[in-house]
Ligand binder design. Structure first.
Ligand code: GLA
Length: 390
């Protein structure tokens, strides 16, 4: 990738780049939809990333050529305005947040490429946001504070793109460490790097079904979670324990028509149940990972999937089929959908030596069930955003 982007930069600008920056996509191991509930997540960076080779400009313009789309774009830092070309909007959104926060930005020109599948739930957009921020940091000469940058990436997505996502994707893309999962408290933004158990391979299973995040479904889930938090009288569902949830739920089940006392709609109850139990699962998963207990870890994956399917209701048939096919394999410890859901990817923990056989068997089973091809690949836990000075 490094060579490819350097050569591309040279052929466009007839010079060598001053910097090459990269920011990875991610696969979430466990902790789904918990981030915007102030909860816990355990993603890892994948070994696929967005790369930008660039050099500063004397003015305040940004010129980018996307090798993958074969498209060029330009924008002016003094007159940022929303437009149609989505990939550029991620970059403008980040520039805008950085400026609003008070960073003094310089213009630059660069070439962009990447191997994170687009729209597949592996956070290609967060990778683009973080890479863009890294590019601005390099040419403008400001220090890199990963979590602060992650917050701005998230805000770009919330404010510029209008999707009310949480902070997980940008945080792991900015802060991950090779060989480790990234355990993040989405309230305090404190994080710990947790080594991945040696005997497992992480298999990413792309159902090849797609859904845009901008869909109202994601924002609708968020609204339901916020409604449930208000009902419980807390800032966010993070503050509700499993015991507390169960006690209230029992009361509600005993008298579902008692609207005055337990006035929460049935959907929001289910969403809350997922969030509360999922937060507990993340904490257990971290303990299991620390203890190299891959069997428990796998069980937690399976429980998470069931909860996302039955209570949070963000899976589609293809995600359920591929997860079932994976879970049925003897070399698989556990599997679940990953990311926002409704399409995209699932993730499985697999015995390392059998990863190849696993991928073949699951692909065949999935094709028989769905009539669709799956792209299954094993990913190492990658390194967060970085810069190479040329
Ligand atoms: C998307 C969002 C994240 C997170 C996940 C679901 O990836 O960008 O903030 O909410 O969905 O866990």
């Amino acid at each position: 990738m490094l060579t490819r982007i350097q050569i591309a930069f040279h052929s466009i600008f007839r010079a060598n780049p001053d910097f090459v920056v990269r920011a990875p996509g991610r696969v979430n191991l466990i902790g789904e939809h918990t981030d915007y509930n102030d909860g816990f997540v355990l993603p890892m960076a994948i070994d696929r990333a967005i790369w930008i080779a660039l050099r500063p400009r004397a003015d305040r313009r940004v010129l980018v050529h996307s090798l993958d789309l074969n498209l060029s774009a330009a924008f002016d830092l003094d007159s940022l305005a929303p437009d149609k070309e989505r990939w550029v909007e991620y970059m403008k959104g980040v520039a805008n947040e950085l400026q609003v926060t008070g960073y003094k930005l310089r213009g630059w020109e660069g070439a962009l490429t990447g191997d994170v599948p687009r729209g597949g739930g592996l956070s290609s957009s967060a990778a683009l946001e973080v890479a863009t921020a890294r590019a601005f940091a390099s040419v403008s000469g400001f220090g890199w504070d990963g979590m602060r940058i992650a917050r701005m990436g998230q805000q770009a997505e919330n404010n510029w793109l209008g999707v009310k996502t949480g902070i997980m994707d940008q945080a792991v893309s900015a802060g991950a460490k090779k060989g480790h999962a990234f355990f993040l408290d989405c309230r305090s933004l404190e994080y710990q790097q947790i080594p991945l158990p040696k005997e497992i391979a992480v298999a990413v299973m792309d159902t090849s079904t797609r859904r845009g995040l901008v869909d109202s479904a994601y924002n609708a889930r968020r609204n339901q979670c916020e409604r449930a938090a208000r009902f419980f009288g807390v800032k966010a569902l993070r503050d509700v324990s499993v015991d507390e949830f169960e006690a209230r739920y029992e009361k509600h089940r005993a008298n579902p028509f008692d609207v005055l006392n337990e006035g929460l709609d049935e959907f929001s109850w289910k969403r809350a149940k997922h969030i509360v139990t999922e937060n507990a699962r993340v904490l257990k998963a971290v303990d299991a990972m620390r203890a190299d207990d891959v069997v428990t870890l796998g069980k937690l994956f399976n429980e998470s999937h069931a909860s996302l399917r039955d209570d949070f209701e963000v899976t589609n048939d293809e995600l359920n089929w591929i997860v079932e096919a994976a879970q049925a394999r003897p070399e698989c410890f556990g599997a679940r959908m990953t990311g926002a859901g409704f399409g995209g990817c699932a993730v499985a923990l697999v015995r390392k030596d059998f990863a190849e056989a696993f991928a073949q068997a699951v692909s065949a089973e999935y094709r028989a069930k769905s009539g669709k091809g799956a792209a299954i690949f094993v990913s190492e836990a990658g390194e967060g955003a970085s810069v190479i000075e040329m």
